[in-house]
Design a binder for this molecule. Sequence first.
Ligand code: CA
Length: 238
Amino acid sequence: MNRNIKILVIEDEGAIRNLISTALQTNGYKYEVASNGSSALSLLSTHQYDMVFVDLGLPDIDGVEIIRKYRTFSTTPIIVISARSNDDDKINALDEGADDYLTKPFNVEELLARVRSTLRRTQYLDNKQTEEEHIFTNGLLKIDYISQSVFVADEEIHLMPIEYNLLCLLAKNVGKVLTHQYILDKVWVNAIESDLSSLRVYLTSLRKKIEKKSHEKYIQTHIGVGYKMVRVTSTEEE
Ligand code: CA
């Protein structure tokens, strides 16, 4: 069962990274590692994980900042591993969306117990969520937030992670104009691509993929401002 669980370990200290990866591996979890914040953000924006370990003290980006950015597009459980043991750091990380907090030095058995309890809780919550909460529909467009899949007229559309995150951000703010900067801040966790022209490219490709089948216009361009998802219905225009 653990074989299907994939965990990202974000930690700059080699010894701790090895300690965690060995523990995960011997317990049958799949894992990937990132030794700094920017490579972590790029992995998080392009791969799906079941759980993420993040060290707060990274050389380039603070771990709390990573939690904040990741939470704009993912509900994957996050466990903080940190040498910072004061309450403010802990509260801050939990407020930004971390699920659990482990202070260094930690016991490997405790770490594995936290993994199990976090996974149990997530599975419990997943089962509890009603279809209404995890399915978004707009005209012929349907997003399943749990399986992270998108359908148009019941046909699955394959989106790249950035396109998917862009679509979710617009869907969660349906009816509101989102500025270019707001979208870039929320979706472009990878700084290299953080510019307006790449936003245009991804948006154009997203639009093509979701509007081709249905001939419905979901995304409005507000020139010089940003984009808005509009509510469409099969019978009337909005
Ligand atoms: Ca560190």
